[in-house]
Design a protein around this ligand. Structure first.
Ligand SMILES: [Mn+2]
Length: 339
């Protein structure tokens, strides 16, 4: 089975790597398993090639990813703005991973936008912005981690993928596909997973670290979401979960705690759209999920300043949460009718 990445673009990026003196790898803000996994995998690979490289996260990453190899070397821009800024300014090559717009990397994005360094984007989200010298973008890929595997393979580095890199890649593949349940029908993905297993990944350990690693308060928060926080709009095959600041505080919310919660309502018979509203700072963060060919990213884009994949999207609004929920309820009938 063939490598699915654009070989020509990958080889051009390889040339940039060979000529680079100092490299930065950037995942998106509010990073998930795929963003962190792909960044750490590429960082370790480039370090093995003797490159000067740092992965810099715009802001904090969730607790459940802190076991990944190289995680202690990951810099967080928000925590150390000065040092990160000067490192970025001295760098001549920037990898933009798992996102395709500087809007998704917060304050750090403004710095990157102005920077004259060569930029390479590797991403699987729709509608990439024209912000990189090389854009390797493919929405058919299940995850950026899958792309990083293919990228390293395409530039002749497969034998450099060790167990630690393989576990980072595997983490992104399973977290972006709900444990290989959705968006993972291409057989090539399983060939890659097979190769990662040959490289020695401890599959049981990775699953345990990712899925069986809840704090008690996080598990109780999930219970609250499904019991008191959920509203079903059966007519539109939709479930809404809402979480106020007060609720989150009552359950000792930590960043990343609600990761994946939005998927649960889709297990209800007849529910094909799930939306979670969450108060965060002075905004309301919204996550959308859908099944099949329901383009929920359209809803995110048209009404909630967001976007994403056809079945998984996000948005944000400065309106109050009741207003935001009201807006969804108002737009839902027409959206549902258009399906
Ligand atoms: Mn991803």
């Amino acid at each position: 089975m063939q490598n699915r990445i654009n070989i020509e673009l990958s080889l051009s990026a390889k040339e940039y790597i060979q000529n680079a003196k100092q490299i930065v790898i950037v995942p998106h803000a509010g990073p998930d398993g795929d963003a962190i996994g792909s960044s750490l995998a590429l960082m370790r690979y480039l370090k093995k090639q003797g490159k000067q490289v740092k992965a810099i996260c715009p802001n904090a990453y969730p607790e459940f990813l802190t076991w990944l190899h190289g995680e202690d070397e990951l810099d967080v821009f928000e925590n150390n703005e000065e040092a990160c800024t000067s490192y970025i300014k001295e760098s001549d090559l920037i990898f933009i991973l798992d996102h395709n717009s500087f809007k998704r990397s917060g304050d750090m994005g403004k710095l990157l936008e102005k920077h004259s360094a060569t930029k390479v984007m590797i991403d699987h989200h729709p509608m990439p912005e024209d912000i990189a010298d090389i854009t390797i973008s493919d929405t058919a890929m299940c995850s950026t981690c899958e792309m990083i595997y293919e990228f390293i393979d395409a530039i002749g580095g497969n034998n450099q993928i060790d167990k630690d890199i393989a576990e980072c890649i595997y983490t992104g593949i399973i977290t972006d596909t709900g444990g290989l349940s959705y968006n993972s029908s291409n057989e090539r993905i399983y060939q890659i997973v097979g190769d990662l297993m040959e490289k020695g990944i401890d599959k049981a350990k990775v699953h345990d670290k990712i899925y069986d690693n809840y704090s008690a308060s996080r598990m109780k928060l999930l219970g609250y979401c499904l019991n008191e926080g959920m509203e079903l709009l059966a007519e539109y095959e939709t479930a809404i979960i809402h979480l106020t600041k007060e609720t989150l505080a009552a359950f000792e919310y930590q960043d990343g705690d609600t990761e994946g919660f939005v998927n649960y309502p889709l297990s209800i018979k007849g529910i094909n759209i799930s939306v979670i509203f969450m108060e965060k700072d002075d905004t309301v963060k919204i996550s959308f999920r859908s099944k099949g060919d329901i383009p929920i990213n359209q809803m995110a884009r048209d009404f909630f300043n967001g976007g994403g994949h056809i079945n998984a999207a996000g948005g944000r609004t400065f309106e109050s949460m009741p207003k935001a929920i009201e807006k969804l309820k108002k737009e839902l009938p027409a959206f549902y009718k258009s399906l």
